[in-house]
Ligand binder design. Structure first.
Ligand SMILES: Cc1ncc(COP(=O)(O)O)c(C=O)c1O
Length: 540
């Protein structure tokens, strides 16, 4: 596979005629734009009319298998997925489909185009590469790409480009289906396999899979025995659960301010917050950028503290050549859909410490020392609850998805970095906008792309810019409200504004722009254009 960018929601309609322009241009596009798989429908391959080739009929149509072999020979992309179209007669006999055919003014000859377009709709594949563009333009759920014109049909209704989105392909779907058909829905072999692959990927000895990133943080706090009276230092800018996990165990989160350039926890502020009650530091790799782990490690060692990485944003990144997941004593991940890989909901903790890993395994299973399958194997009914734990188990269904997703992570990180570079370049000369800085020696995983507004140079507020971007279909967001400003913390821990001034000022200025692997270049350009226009018209 090459590392070229992914074409969003891709479909390739192949050409049977090797000498045609369509054939050559299509191959070029695929090789330029794809690095994972693409789709063809079974109709493209075997239907007697060879409906969508380069417009010509062939006398000897391919069988599905022959066509697959042929495509593999042409291009070195392994994942060619064949989508099944609804049979002709089923469409003809379905009154709803009939109605749609009439409303789209589709004649009998156009029905094959309809079958393909409908199949793409069902499978949520949106982009079609076809010479036969006129026939497909009428299907308003498709973006039509004609290789020889290199233009895409005008966008449909203004749809919001979200700030983050999962990438799910047919391989993921197949992996989940296989797990569903297996004997194990939970606590089975897929959980173990996912943990093993994940530990390998992150260069650690142990990985413990749980039901969410929050459960992973909680398990980490339990493993290091945080209890009432203990303090844990956390950054002011993060998602609430980084601090909540300390409270779950009865401990006190102590908020440290962040570096204004990166919004990562500031090691100087960390040291300033250490007291005799401090037990641990949780560093958050905010937006996907690794914290300064060498410096944090020195501080942790000097004060005999456990170093924990909340790496929920940063899977796939690295620090001084060392992978995220291997940098702290316990490293925590989330598999929520917007995260680098997803299992729907899910989480993981990596560590090189066997005792901590064992404690977390017991914790995720009610505090019971053996799981159901271990007891089955031993032919024993006996179990003991050694500690108070929770049901934080993850299913085999989720882990099957996680395994399938993990394979694609390196490509997705590259795509995220590529989008970030486009933004960096576009905004470098734009006044009043400053993307967060990236430190040398890190590979940024770009879970988020965050810009800071220089409000002194603008006539309007952040809220106004936010609203205008949303109105243009850009699904911007703000990450995060400083945690110590949430009413819960103000009430329970007497935190207040002024405690972390850098975080509080940054919070007024930041906006998160869309970034996710399946984002198309056109969408990236749309975001850039919108930001440029809005900023330029809002300058003082
Ligand atoms: C920094 C950080 N920590 C922890 C979490 C919690 O993860 P989950 O949503 O999987 O519980 C998140 C999720 O958004 C996060 O962004």
């Amino acid at each position: 596979m090459n590392s070229k960018p992914l074409l969003n929601s891709d479909i390739f309609i192949y050409a049977a005629n090797k000498n045609s322009l369509f054939y050559k241009e299509s191959l070029k596009i695929i090789e330029e734009k794809l690095y994972t798989g693409f789709f063809v429908t079974d109709l493209n391959l075997i239907e007697i009319f060879q409906v969508i080739t380069d417009g010509k009929k062939t006398s000897n149509p391919y069988s599905t298998q022959e066509a697959l072999t042929y495509i593999h020979k042409l291009i070195k992309i392994p994942e060619v997925q064949i989508l099944k179209t609804t049979p002709f007669y089923e469409v003809i006999s379905n009154p709803d489909k009939q109605k749609e055919l009439t409303s789209l003014n589709i004649s009998r000859f156009g029905i094959y185009d309809y079958l393909i377009a409908d199949c793409m709709r069902v499978n949520q594949v949106k982009k079609i590469i076809t010479f036969n563009d006129k026939a497909f333009l009428k299907f308003n759920w498709l973006e039509v790409y004609r290789p020889t014109k290199k233009t895409i049909s005008k966008a449909k209704k203004c749809k919001i480009i979200p700030y983050g989105h999962q990438s799910i392909d047919e391989k993921d779907v197949a992996a989940v289906c296989t797990a569903l058909r297996s004997d194990w829905l939970t606590t089975g072999p897929k959980v173990t396999e996912f943990e093993k692959e994940f530990a390998n990927y992150t260069g650690t000895k142990y990985a413990v899979a749980v039901s969410s990133g929050t459960a992973a943080l909680h398990a980490a706090m339990f493993a290091i025995d945080i209890k009432p009276g203990d303090e844990v230092i956390v950054p002011a800018i993060t998602f609430a659960s980084t601090a909540n996990c300390v409270v779950f165990q009865g401990g006190t989160p102590v908020f440290a301010d962040v570096d204004p350039d990166t919004l990562l926890i500031d090691p100087v502020q960390v040291e300033a917050k250490i007291t005799p009650r401090t037990k641990a530091i949780i560093a958050v790799d905010y937006a996907g950028q690794p914290c300064d782990y060498d410096v944090l490690r020195d501080i942790a060692n000097k004060h005999n503290l456990t170093l924990i990485a909340d790496a929920c944003h940063a899977l796939g990144g690295s620090y001084k050549g060392r992978p995220i997941g291997s940098l702290a004593d316990l490293n925590v991940f989330s598999f929520h859909p917007v995260k680098p890989i997803t299992t729907g909901e899910g989480g993981m903790i990596t560590t090189n410490n066997p005792e901590l890993s064992e404690r977390m395994r017991i914790f995720r299973n009610h505090g019971i020392t053996t799981d159901y399958h271990q007891r089955e194997e031993q032919g024993s009914w006996f179990y003991e609850m050694a500690d108070l734990g929770y049901n934080y188990r993850i299913t085999d269904i989720q882990c099957a998805l996680g395994l399938s997703q993990l394979k694609k992570l390196p490509f997705w990180i590259k795509r995220r970095q590529e989008i970030a570079k486009k933004y960096d370049t576009a905004f470098s000369k734009l006044p009043a906008i400053q993307p967060l800085k990236v430190k040398p020696n890190v590979s940024h995983a770009y879970h988020l792309y965050v810009i800071c507004l220089d409000l002194n140079k603008l006539r309007v507020s952040r809220a106004e810019i936010f609203t205008r971007l949303r109105a243009k279909g850009i699904g911007v967001n703000v990450h995060y409200i400083p945690v110590h400003l949430h009413p819960f913390y103000q009430k329970k821990f007497k935190t207040q504004s002024g405690m972390c001034p850098v975080a509080e000022t940054a919070y007024e200025e930041i906006i998160t722009l869309p970034i996710f692997p399946k984002m198309s270049d056109e969408d990236v350009e749309k975001v850039i254009d919108a930001v440029k226009k809005i900023v330029k018209t809002s300058l003082k």
